[in-house]
Write a protein that binds this ligand. Sequence first.
Ligand SMILES: [Zn+2]
Length: 237
Amino acid sequence: MNSKNYDALVLKSINLKDSDKIYTLLVRGLGKISAKAKGVRKINSKRLSTLDTLNFIRVGLVGESEIRVITEVKMTYSFSNLKTNLDKLKTAYYFIEIVNKLIQESDEYDGVFELLIKCLKRLDEKTFYDSRVENYFEINLLKILGYSIEVGSCVACFNSDFTTRDFSFDFDQGGIICSHCSNSLNYLHTATLNSFNYLDGKLPDQNLEFEEVDQILKFYIGSLLNEAPKSLKYLKL
Ligand SMILES: [Zn+2]
């Protein structure tokens, strides 16, 4: 069988008997897949470190669906700065956990791979740390997976008059709801609404407040997964 080469990000791995491992990869053009690597746990296997979680690699694969085997592997980008900064590393692990949990095996969504690489590269920049990259990742991942958050107008009546109505967040419908359509008194700050629109590329970077945005996104993702992501409890230490 001929081996074909792909760009991939290593999401996780498990040990098998002998010195084999099964890797979960997010592959450009294929989506989330499993692939076996034979003999990688033998001493001096160079391939082992190239296949570390969070590496962006070029990988040769043979076979179909459940029986894919890794034939060769080359490092494209190791995100070495990110991996030496604990806060950034926690955020990166959170990204791959939610990608891993929200995407089924063999599901291919155009854009998740690019979004993940883009946000990991941003985290990998030496001088940069901005928690908004986390919210940017969350809101765009939700959008690609079909769970777009509606923040432009009320999910019930489509009113978007932010000057005369108060808005709260409706988790069942995944968007903001106005005071005429809901009994909630948990009104969002205008700066929160601005921040959602900023992350969506609709507003400039001014008068923004991300605390509520962060809470809403984390809660919303937790409700989609039926549990809070495990890596979350390490994020805010
Ligand atoms: Zn309404």
